[in-house]
Design a binder for this molecule. Sequence first.
Ligand code: CU
Length: 628
Amino acid sequence: MHPDLPNPTTLWGYLDQASGKNAYLGPIIAAQRGRPVMIRMKNTLPNKHPLPVDATLMGADNGAAQNRITVHLHGGLIPWTSDGGPFTWFTPTATGPNAGAGETFLNGLAGSPGVAQYYYPNNQSARLMWYHDHAIGITRLNAYAGLAAGYLVTDDVVNALTSAGIVPGLGYTVPLVIQDKSFKTVADQWGQPGDLWYPSVYQANSDTGETGRWDLGLPSDGYSNLGLPPTPSCVPEFFPDTPVINGEAYPYLQVQPRRYRVVVLNGSQARFYNLNLFYENKFNPGEPDFSRGGPAFIQVGNEGGLLPYPVVYNAPPVLIPTAADDSCDPNGPHSLLVAPAERADMIIDFSSCQPGDRLILYNDAPAPFPGGDPRNDYFTGNPDQTSEGGAPTTKPGFGANSRTLMQIQVVALQGSADPYNFASTLAILQSSGGLPKAYHDSHVPFGETDLDPNGPGVVHESKTLNEDFDSYGRLVQRVGTGTMLYKATYGRNYDDPPTEVYQDGQVVVWDIYNTTGDVHPMHFHLTNVQVLGHTPFDNVGDQFGTPTSALTRPDANYAGWKETVRVNPGEMTRVIMQFSLPKNLPSYVPSGGSPRFPGNAEYVWHCHILEHEEHDMMRPLVIRPNLT
Ligand SMILES: [Cu+2]
């Protein structure tokens, strides 16, 4: 991951057996809309996990194997047995449900232990997706260890934009998968210096005073009291100190003075990024010149495919204003803000740059977002925080640095000049025959019309995001409804009876009330959603909250469709979606329902801060098939 690391970093990952190629974040699957993909995943992992496993989390307990995996295609509209849900995990010896595998592992291959088959219909428009692990109790560790890879869907609409030269082609397309990692400096039972480090101690405020990180409380209703946190313990969030883009720490990217299509995916555990591009400071290499913004970003798509209108960022850069305690307003101002699992498909024109110019991709989002803790904000010359349990000052030219993500080096133009620049690209995209038409063409002919919250039969429900204390007094994030199951909290556990149960084809509006202090990027399996708006609320108590104003429209890059939605603290965010089960499946895709919910298809919805998802910010999503 970096030549200066003392040793190669041990990773887990996906290997393409056809080519034998073994690359971090790969193999990228290049799919076409309407053409299904089937993969067979063979689990050959060793017994011992490269990271500390907390055996008190559901699914990782009772002597559960540490080499459990399942593959979730994030953003795919997938039959439930191929969705890679938390209980579909399998080990190298798996032969069927509850036989070296989870209770809903139905996609094995007869006669081939440890193999799962996944069927992806690819009935969605062009977009960057990714496939990553989702095994219950160790998702956050498996993904951090490297079980994540890209999945790019192309379609006729984007191909036409590319052929016309409006969108740069694959030769000038750069995916930027932004993650963060920390590396061991001393050997321990999990590895040697240079290997990945992941926290395994719950640093409670109450027993470590100034150096603690998280509250420790009495267990909330619904939890028994099991004493103090174990070691290894899960933690409420992890903000590693080193940005890793496309598998490289502090990488550089060479570009010509022309346009590039840059597709950003935030694949981090918990960190949000507020992305700006500055020219490099000539007197302070590696650092931005805040007086000189770089080329603008034209965002044309997100996780749900193309946007209906282009959205411009970095013209000029917008740094986030923070208060003295390092917190910010989640409603802005901000630049291109990407939470974990969010994507941004952009066109950036470098033609105004000169060969030899250098630029810095810069992040200044507080972590956690929006509350902020200066100990998670690493930058050159930052204060020494060792007395508060943080890091020493970062020296110029060295890490840790969570702000200077990447350097861009402009090299000489090769071949003919680009026919379009920033202004002409934006003008074409803004015209009615540009992005509005492309958005229409990629959805409406496929029956994906805008959903109407006032339409007949639409169900309206309240959901809640809650923070509680678990059996060990640790912070736990939970999803609930507007009705309490336990006293004094709306939070429900993932394994409580399902509350999101719908008929195939049902259109549903959810008012999601965030009663916590964090922004939670909520991710929906099976469906994409439309964000109708958001508003503050009050009266969280015995009776559920009341919006205090009319809905505010979401950010401009939330138009169209989404599958990961930031829900701000103290706000209700309203989304609308339709739950439609994939149809016309080949016979090798198991039919029938989930053993956990007989007769019905089982999915989940959850926060994509991986430490939240795992503990316990996830709920079942159960869809009843239509009997014909
Ligand atoms: Cu969360």
